[in-house]
Design a protein around this ligand. Sequence first.
Ligand code: TTP
Ligand code: MG
Ligand code: MG
Length: 442
Amino acid sequence: MRLPIFPTRHLKKLFSQPLEDLPREFQPFEKLVYLTPHLEIHVCEEYINFKHRGQHCSSMSGEDEPSSIGSTDSSKERILVHCDLDAFFAAVEILHHDLDPEKPLIIGSDPQGGRGRGIVSTCNYAARAFGIRSAMPVSEAWRRCPGHPFGPGHYIRGSRGLYSRASRQVMKILQEPAEHFEKASIDEAYLDVTEHVQGDWDAAFALCRTLQDLIEEKVGLTASFGIAPTRILAKMSSEVNKPKGIFRILPDEIADFFEGRSLREVPGIGPKRATQLAEWGFVTVDEAYVLGELALGRMAGERFAAWLMRVVDGNTSSEVSQLRSRKSIGKEQTFSTDQTDHEAVLEVLRSLTERVLKRSKEMGISGRLAEVKIRYTGFETHTHGRSIPVAMDEPDVFLRLADYLFATNVQHNRGLRLVGFRLGQLDMPPTRQSMLLLSEEE
Ligand code: TTP
Ligand code: MG
Ligand code: MG
């Protein structure tokens, strides 16, 4: 399909009139217009200028819907790896403070001698032997394994900065062999390694062993790996041989894997749903599966039944994409004393914006939404956002938007406690829209 020329004057015209008045040849841009009712023309111009200087793209296939970019073809079998670090926070603390891993260590709120009202974040495997688990009330943990001077439990509050640093080191190692990589939480990631191992499941196993050794050698932490054709299966299999385990589910082993396996182990089945199913007499996945979609649907709901069938048939998602786990990229800074010099704050905002855009570029992500966060003395917080028509990763565009959003919204004569920048409405470039813009410029 030949696309219309899309120079700046058309752009101006295009965005200054209602959608229904658009000439026919602009129909492909409907979405663009719809997304940006309050478009800033200069941003578009800047983008076009930038693209004139940079790359060119001459065609639009029509198949690259933004939502599918970064995904994998579901008709082709994928080899996915899920990695999850073992007792992550506890392991980092043990490493950092050179603690004895054989002694029970509990990370969480202050136990206050057993009267604490908070919860346990995590604990090492020695503490798990006492029945302590993540999210358990810390008072309950204390009852099972008291701390000094009553028992062997060592309770600490934890230090977030340490965990982020260790997580970054691990993610860097994991990212290397993956065609598609997704950090799913601070201690876990999905990798699509299909091409890297050329479809060989044994090679995938060997790769996980190598990654496991690398993480231990370079970061000092142990990790568990799951290898399987879908996300859910990969996540479940990384749990099987924890800690420091590797477990693989081949495509023709899925049914065997689910035999006798508790429904509660399937990510997505919570305690409420599991209890309800147990009341009907279904505790394991295969018990529910043999009932068939229709009969199970009558009891547990059609959507749930259809989904469970797909899980067991290995037909759930195998998409690995940063965009699945991440909705935005942001950075903010709290000032040690409230700031009245707004120029100085703007400088901080610019530096945060640059850092966000650097990060997004590293991740191969672009965004359409710029959002500035301002917190005043007394904690009153406002966010001010603006969308642009196409996802971009150009720092200059976002620096200008950050300046604009700050300058037009900040309340003068007020002290500032925090400033932040966030890039939202993320996409993997080039999007279909950016291709359109790139296609035939003057
Ligand atoms: P998990 O991977 O769920 O747990 P874990 O790494 O501690 O243990 P496992 O060996 O079973 O994987 O969570 C990762 C980190 O996230 C965990 O170390 C602490 C934190 N976390 C919380 O702060 N609160 C919670 O409720 C959970 C589940 C985790
Ligand atoms: Mg973990
Ligand atoms: Mg985890």
